[in-house]
Design a protein around this ligand. Structure first.
Ligand code: SF4
Length: 487
């Protein structure tokens, strides 16, 4: 069968989200939208590693190998493995009337075969059940007696170094069987899409579900500034209803529309074209007593934990920046960045306690994250527990102070520091840094600390230090600006 005519599971899933997305995948393989950035690639590789590690929990199986489009070869090898009596097969491949699936782990049970699909998440999502349902439907149609479909996912309860329970399993057979009628209908429709001209598809909520489609910049009309979709936490359904009434931008929202106080402030700010500052800002800032330590962590979050007591995706702080502001407003900067090879938490905790010494307040932006990191450090370093928990108790959060009191038209509905900073302090931002996003920083940190970067890392360390320093300096400048605004 011509490879372009095969409805692989990946294509099936793309087509379920949007027939046009499926068609583009077949007909515009080299479209720039299909290029993946380094963060997405690293996530995919991490998922693949989880899949490979899962095989160790079902040992003794035979692996069906073959290049990506060698569908027939892989199916033939699977049939041979079945004939030879193998009871565990990795990447077992089946094709039925042009639909192709490869099952992560196929295991012979006492009354029939069990499909196990491996997911690198810590919970089961609907999209995973759809995935398992396609496998189940196709394997059964190809003649295999499958009695159960399981999703094997990472277990939050697992703690390094005991990885015996790294995976936990959810039986999704009944849910997958319920979906089969729908999937069979869509299967025929998608096979037609694959051989016809590009389908016409309206844009809509499906463009972001189950994941944001890479073709949005192509399909969606250019969105005007202050589009109604940027109204703060207004919700997709209510936004769509307003669009249907002809309301496209925030300045068109009339007074009969029910808004919460933050969204109402946003509307006022955009209509008046000025920054709005509430009287509550001053008292909120008064709760931030000097000396203060402006603190930010960078973390590594591994699917497969590597440090004592960590579970899948535990956020482990491996770097911090701290600007310490004394009573006069003068600053002193402290920073710490892990080196490769060892658990960074004991040394980081020690450096953190020193950096925050004497602070009345510890300031963060979205402080819940910093609090979680500090609690994790206290668990990992019990000898510093009291000092660390004292730091956690002093946390003050700048984010709600901004969100509840200030709106600038250039926030565009977001209160992330990367939106707030350039709006309130023009010229300040992350644009000129070699590392300018938390995702990239986390990836580089993981590679550096876990030894996946060879050679001299001085440049990388310097870029990481600058990025993290910018995070806390930004908070300092924001605090000063908020004081000005509060008068
Ligand atoms: S942006 Fe929307 S309409 Fe366009 S291909 Fe993607 S999902 Fe389909």
């Amino acid at each position: 069968m011509v490879k372009e005519q095969v409805l692989s599971k990946t294509r099936f899933m793309a087509g379920l989200q949007c027939p046009l997305r499926l068609w583009l995948g077949l007909n515009e393989k080299n479209a720039p939208e299909f290029e993946v950035d380094e963060v997405s690639r690293a996530r995919m590789e991490s998922g693949n590693r989880v899949g490979e590690i899962a095989r160790d929990y079902f040992p003794g199986g035979t692996l069906i190998e073959g290049e990506r489009y060698e569908y027939e070869k892989k199916c033939a090898l699977t049939q041979e493995a079945l004939k030879n009596g193998h009871s565990i097969i990795y990447e077992a491949a089946f094709m039925h009337e042009g639909t192709f699936v490869a099952i992560d782990i196929l295991e012979r049970g006492s009354i029939g075969w069990i499909i196990r699909e491996v997911k690198s998440t810590t919970s089961v999502k609907t999209v995973h059940v759809v995935d398992a349902a396609i496998q189940l439907m196709t394997a059964r149609s190809a003649g295999l007696d499958v009695v159960r479909a399981d999703l094997l996912h990472l277990n939050r309860e697992c703690q390094y170094p005991d990885l015996a329970n790294l995976f936990t399993s959810a039986d999704v057979t009944a849910k997958a069987e319920e979906m089969m009628g729908y999937l069979r209908a869509r299967e025929s429709e998608l096979k037609c899409v694959m051989v016809e001209d590009a389908p016409e598809v309206e844009v809509g909520a499906h463009c972001d579900s189950p994941r944001a489609c890479a073709f949005k910049s192509r399909c969606w009309p250019e969105i005007p500034e202050h589009h109604i979709s940027t109204l703060y936490r207004f919700g997709q359904a209510k936004t769509q209803a307003l669009i249907e009434q002809g309301v496209h931008t925030i300045d068109q929202v009339d007074s009969s529309t029910k808004l919460d106080s933050i969204a109402a402030r946003q509307v006022d700010s955009i209509v008046s074209g000025r920054v709005i500052v509430e009287a509550g800002l001053g008292p909120d800032l008064d709760s931030l007593i000097l000396p203060a330590a402006f603190l930010d962590f960078e973390t590594v979050s591994r699917a497969i934990p590597v440090w004592e007591g960590c579970s899948p995706y535990t956020q482990v702080p491996v770097q911090f920046s701290c600007h310490f502001m004394d009573r006069s407003g003068a600053l002193q900067h402290h920073e710490w960045l892990a080196v490769a090879g060892c658990d960074p938490r004991p040394q980081l905790a020690e450096a953190l306690v020193k950096a925050c010494e004497g602070a009345e307040t510890v300031v963060a932006y979205n402080a819940g994250f910093e609090k979680g990191c500090i609690i994790g450090l206290a668990q990992a370093c019990p000898e510093l527990e009291d000092q660390l928990m004292a730091i956690a108790d002093k946390l003050a959060d700048l984010l709600p102070m901004v969100r509840n009191n200030v709106y600038h038209p250039q926030f565009h509905g977001s209160f992330s520091i990367k939106s707030v900073l350039p709006a309130l302090i023009p010229g300040m931002g992350y644009k000129n840094l070699d590392i300018a996003s938390g995702d990239v920083a986390a990836l580089k940190l993981e590679n550096m600390i876990l030894g996946q970067i060879d050679g001299n890392t001085d440049e990388l360390r310097s870029a990481l230090l600058k990025y993290c320093e910018m995070d806390t300096f930004a908070m300092v400048e924001l605090y000063r600006k908020l004081q000005d605004l509060a008068g």
